[in-house]
Design a protein around this ligand. Structure first.
Ligand SMILES: [Zn+2]
Length: 449
């Protein structure tokens, strides 16, 4: 009889195809058996009444380490991930971008003992450095982050530079994550707003306007198709952008469309009162509950292919220091994204199967981690969360583990609670707190395996 390290018994396993009552047995950190009445374990966990889901795979987070540890670092950011039910992240930070194989190796070595969850690392694409694409991909970056506009100090790619980059990734078999805002349109808007002396929260929707996102997303998705590259359009903020991506997909473009909770739940006009606390880009576009519901529909239908947080924290003090023009873009989100998806399932905007598909299985597939991550299946890593689907909790600044110390969803009551998180069969978090030593390790990207 197989001797399991741990069995999780009597729970309801959720896969994208459906749910079933079964036990899970773990050997060497991997799922070794799924079935009825599995016994013979050193440790048994009773998951009666709970959902057994794969850990979240959040492929767009910025932990600022190395970079700016006053905003976040890996121990704090990865604690927020683990406690919220996320067991794999793909990280990149703009303050210390990875542009060479040597920088990738240095960063992976520095982070060896700093993460509570497994992590991949992305590189930054740089105009004029397309010859770095193949060596970085083969060295194990998870994807290339590309800006179409100069943002966070990272130079933007115009259509020519983008085409060159995408051609290099198509040859290498690599995947990119494209931040789409047209710089000429944001620049014109900025000039007008500054000439009017504006510095209120209302600048955000005009400065980072819908046309800028749509123009850049339309050009980028066209070039993805024309070059035969594979890419994700980052943080799609509204249905019109999604419809352009879907049209290019129907023409053969290999395009993914990333959703983030802030484009579902936060409203465009909140910036008028909240100011810099709603400074992220593109900014929130939803104006009504109907707009929000349309985003959930796009996610259910697979037009939006997966979810991530775009976790880019600053403290309240940092957000409130100085003009809205000058403070950092970005929101904290790792503490709340899994909760928000579970709550959407409890309210019927998604199914629990959808949650597994959009926050575990699809992101693992898109970034080539699906041999180990994203699914409760024999042979995969035993990255498992136990969820009480009926328990309620109120998201609160007080319980945030990110160094940000706040959440844009403060005060929001959600249904569905992650009770325990397991990474490769080890309990790493329980009841909203991390437990044990940091055991997360570097996951090389698909090009290195
Ligand atoms: Zn980002």
């Amino acid at each position: 009889m197989t001797q399991f390290e741990i069995t999780i018994r009597n729970g309801t396993i959720v896969t994208p195809q459906g749910r079933r009552r079964a036990d899970v047995g773990v050997v060497d950190g991997r799922i070794a058996a799924i079935g009825k009445n599995i016994d013979g374990a050193a440790r048994e966990v009773d998951a009666g009444g709970l959902l057994v889901m794969p850990g979240g795979v959040d492929t767009h987070v910025h932990l600022m380490d190395p970079g700016d540890p006053t905003r976040e670092d890996f121990p704090t950011g990865s604690a927020a991930a683990g406690a919220s039910g996320v067991t794999t992240i793909i990280e990149h930070s703009h303050g210390r971008p990875v542009r060479s194989v040597e920088q990738l190796k240095e960063k992976a070595a520095y982070l060896a003992d700093r993460s509570h969850v497994d992590f991949g690392l992305a590189a930054h694409a740089w105009p004029g450095e397309a010859d770095h694409v193949a060596p970085l991909w083969e060295a194990g970056v998870s994807f290339f982050k590309v800006f179409t506009c100069t943002t966070h100090g990272i130079p933007g790619h115009d259509a020519g530079a983008l085409r060159t980059h995408l051609t290099a990734t198509a040859e290498a078999g690599a995947v990119s994550l494209l931040h789409c805002e047209d710089e000429s349109l944001t620049a014109v808007a900025e000039e007008v707003l500054r000439s009017e002396g504006r510095d209120d929260g209302g600048i955000l929707s005009d400065w980072r306007n819908r046309d800028a996102e749509l123009v850049a997303a339309a050009v980028a998705s066209l070039l993805v198709r024309r070059t035969g590259a594979r890419a994700t359009i980052a943080h799609v903020s509204n249905p019109e952008v999604a419809s352009y991506l879907q049209a290019e997909r129907e023409r053969g473009g290999r395009l993914n469309a990333e959703g983030c909770p802030q484009y579902f739940l936060l409203r465009e006009d909140e910036a008028l009162e909240q100011g810099a606390l709603r400074k992220f880009t593109p900014p929130a576009r939803a104006r009504s509950a109907a707009d929000e519901e349309e985003m959930w529909t796009l996610l259910r239908r697979g037009i939006l292919t997966h979810m991530s947080t775009d976790h880019a924290p600053s403290t309240l003090q940092q957000k409130n220091a100085g003009s809205i023009w000058d403070v950092h873009f970005g929101l904290p989100g790792l503490d709340s994204t899994f909760s928000i998806l579970l709550d959407a399932a409890a309210r019927g905007s998604l199914s629990y199967e959808d949650v597994v598909r959009v926050y575990s299985e699809n992101p693992a597939k898109i970034y080539g981690l699906d041999d180990r991550k994203g699914r409760i299946a024999v042979g995969r890593d035993a990255d498992i969360v136990l969820v009480d689907p009926t328990a309620q909790r109120t998201l609160s600044n007080e319980t945030v583990l990110s160094k940000a110390g706040w959440t844009p969803f403060d005060g929001r009551t959600v249904t569905g609670r992650v009770m325990q998180t397991y990474l490769r069969g080890e309990l790493i978090a329980e009841n909203g707190a991390v437990v044990g030593e940091r055991s997360g390790s570097f996951l090389p990207g698909a090009g290195a395996r």
